[in-house]
Design a binder for this molecule. Sequence first.
Ligand SMILES: NC(=O)c1ccc[n+]([C@@H]2O[C@H](COP(=O)([O-])OP(=O)(O)OC[C@H]3O[C@@H](n4cnc5c(N)ncnc54)[C@H](OP(=O)(O)O)[C@@H]3O)[C@@H](O)[C@H]2O)c1
Length: 282
Amino acid sequence: MDKVGIPEVVLNSGHKMPAIGLGTGGSTLPLAEQLPLLVEAIAAGYRHFDTATLYGTEEIVGQAVAEALGRGLIKSRDELFITTKLWCTDADHDLVLPAINESLRNLGAMEECYRMGLAKSIGVSNYSCAKLSTLLENATIPPAVNQVEMNVAWQQQKLMEFCKDKGIHVCAFSPLGAYGFYWGNNAVMESPILKDIAVAKNKTVAQVALRWIRQQGGIPIVRSFNKERMKQNLQIFDWELTDEEVGKIQQIPQLRSCYPTDLVGPHAAQYRSLEELWDGEI
Ligand SMILES: NC(=O)c1ccc[n+]([C@@H]2O[C@H](COP(=O)([O-])OP(=O)(O)OC[C@H]3O[C@@H](n4cnc5c(N)ncnc54)[C@H](OP(=O)(O)O)[C@@H]3O)[C@@H](O)[C@H]2O)c1
């Protein structure tokens, strides 16, 4: 448990990561309006934030941390776990921190960041079992985390088992199916199975969806910039889904929410197609 009572997992880097994170990618709120809400999130108990160069939110996360320190909400930056991501187009030979990809050159660069203390743990994102296998064959420092889409409507059983076996934690992005986002769908939030379970347990659909991820061993990275929903999403650690409820959730039809077709193709830095990106697996 961290100081605010959120359970933590221990990564293969030895560092601890709070078992739920607040996502900062995809909000349409102006950054100036997101900033005070990030401070509210720290006040509410979030200690794990997910950002990326691509999201344009690294700076406001930094500002929120500074404000939280100033207001005494946290005593030290060490109390926070912040994930950021280098984008594929940064995988250029003359950049100091090239994005991780399958080539040894870039892998070596990421390991150097870790050795220099610039990054406490190295993770990857959207890596299939095939890509992880290649990485593990070549890496000196294995990835601590693989961040992929995971939710009740995209359950990732094969990848979960592979990662568990290799000591890699899975962070679940779009845990609510990117509800309301342009590439999201309603398969999670409007699932009749989740709705029934939520009513029976006096929980919300979102809480059931997040709790299911945690019970599978995943770490949900959930985005809400609504104060009440932020708090609600943290309330998933003092109750459980029964085996019967988990069994019902296994029956939910599978429908991925994330289809980033705009990020692959002949113009893209790395992958020509979604098939190439996911190896038909994730
Ligand atoms: N690595 C990658 O390739 C990748 C890809 C996608 C996302 N991500 C990361 O994962 C994070 C989360 O994924 P996501 O943003 O796609 O989607 P998500 O967390 O599945 O869904 C976010 C949506 O759900 C709503 N919501 C949150 N809590 C709710 C609740 N309790 N009840 C009802 N609605 C609720 C939010 O609205 P309100 O704000 O109004 O509550 C927002 O519209 C991102 O922010 C980003 O950090 C990573």
